[in-house]
Design a protein. Structure first.
Lengths: 298, 80
């Protein structure tokens, strides 16, 4: 079994789960990416995946190895489909077995996020209207030579453009680990600025910005540790992010005092931060912050 | 002149109308090679939208091209 591999036939979860069995594992977490019937406001009829297998397998195995090393999980693997896929099929499968659930969830999320952004795999959507397009590429091409950097030199803007449709496929809910922008990795917005909501099209070049919080540490990807310049942000969202980060960690740091106390404290911290330096927030931001807090209470 | 093999994937494969070709080039770097091929095949992705791999590993755009190198230009990825 390889830690990362491709399959040109439909995936069945059963044997994949069995392959991660480990006597020292007390938990297992998996993620399945499914072919869905719409994207970016268009009805999708089927998908096609293509990969540069030689490099993709190497990069995929690096990602799985990183997850195992960082989160201390027992076993992990990822299988990605290539070729033509029908609606509902599993496009990608990630599974992790670990002593405890926290590491399993964190490693699983790390793997899928990194795979989506680093591994040379391309997806072509075939639309109900009869045409088709490569996800993340068609608009780049349409922009012509409207060049933009996707890499570490990307500028700051941390906010997804407001009021514009997002071009990406997956819009995660607000998760504490990933921040408000989820896997969009907002800090790496291409250089033509925050108004162009095309984080997804930037694909592989987006350094992982979310990090995964486990215990009191926030794990960050190699790309971020080594390349990301931690740019200043004009929107004030870094302060928010810091406040949110502290609020996230507070309950865990309060170990022994009880979760309720930790929560109360983190709430108090939030309020202080807000009154001290947060600029006025839009209704959308307030909603997102509320959701984030809700997620934390769960 | 340096002889290299260029592989094309996904949107670049379609734009170039081929998945692989042998190229004799005077380009000293991967960046210069892409500029030449962009003109030759009418590739519509800007270099800044791509990454490059040489001999099966990610490489710098200004890495020198060695004889026999296998070069792949990588469009924005979309796995998952």
């Amino acid at each position: 079994m390889r830690a990362f591999q491709f399959s040109d036939v439909p995936l069945a979860a059963g044997p994949l789960i069995a392959s991660l069995a480990d006597p020292a594992a007390g938990g297992f977490a998996s993620f399945e990416g499914w072919v869905r019937d719409h994207n970016d406001g268009r009805a999708v009829r089927s998908l096609e995946y293509e990969a540069y297998a030689e490099l993709a397998v190497k990069e995929g195995e690096r990602i799985v190895a990183e997850a195992i090393a960082r989160f201390g999980v027992r076993r992990a693997r990822c299988v990605h489909r290539v070729g033509a896929l029908a609606l509902g099929e599993i496009a990608v499968w990630v599974g992790v077995s670990a002593p405890h659930r926290a590491e399993a969830f964190a490693a699983c999320r790390y793997i899928i996020d990194e795979v989506k952004h680093r591994v040379p795999i391309w997806k072509k959507e075939h639309y109900a209207s009869g045409d088709s397009g490569w996800v993340n590429c068609e608009r780049c091409a349409a922009d012509g030579l409207h060049a933009h950097e996707h890499g570490g030199a990307a500028p700051a803007p941390a906010r997804r453009a407001r009021g514009r449709p997002v071009t990406g496929r997956s819009r995660p809910p607000v998760l504490p680990e990933a921040g408000r922008d989820g896997h969009a990795r907002p800090s790496a917005r291409p250089s033509h600025g925050p108004r162009r909501a095309h984080d997804e099209r930037a694909g592989h070049q987006m350094p992982y910005r979310g990090g995964v919080t486990l215990g009191s540490r926030t794990w960050r990807s190699h790309a971020e540790e080594t390349e990301l310049p931690a740019p200043e942000e004009a929107t004030g969202s870094r302060q928010e992010a810091r406040a949110a980060g502290k609020a996230r960690q507070a309950p865990r740091q309060q170990d022994g005092r009880g979760a309720a106390e930790g929560r109360a404290m983190s709430k108090g911290m939030d309020r202080k931060k807000e009154s001290r330096k947060k600029p006025a927030r839009t209704a959308a931001e307030k909603r997102a912050a509320k959701q984030e807090k809700k997620a934390l209470r769960r | 002149m340096t002889n290299v093999t260029v592989q094309y994937f996904a949107v670049l494969r379609e734009q170039a109308g081929r998945s692989e070709e042998r190229v004799a080039t005077d380009a000293a770097t991967a960046a210069a090679l892409y500029a030449q091929l962009q003109t030759r095949h009418g590739l519509r992705l800007a270099r800044t939208q791509l990454r490059v791999a040489i001999n099966g590993e990610f490489a710098d755009w200004d890495a020198p091209l060695a004889e026999g190198a296998r070069v792949v230009f990588i469009p924005p990825v979309a796995g998952g």
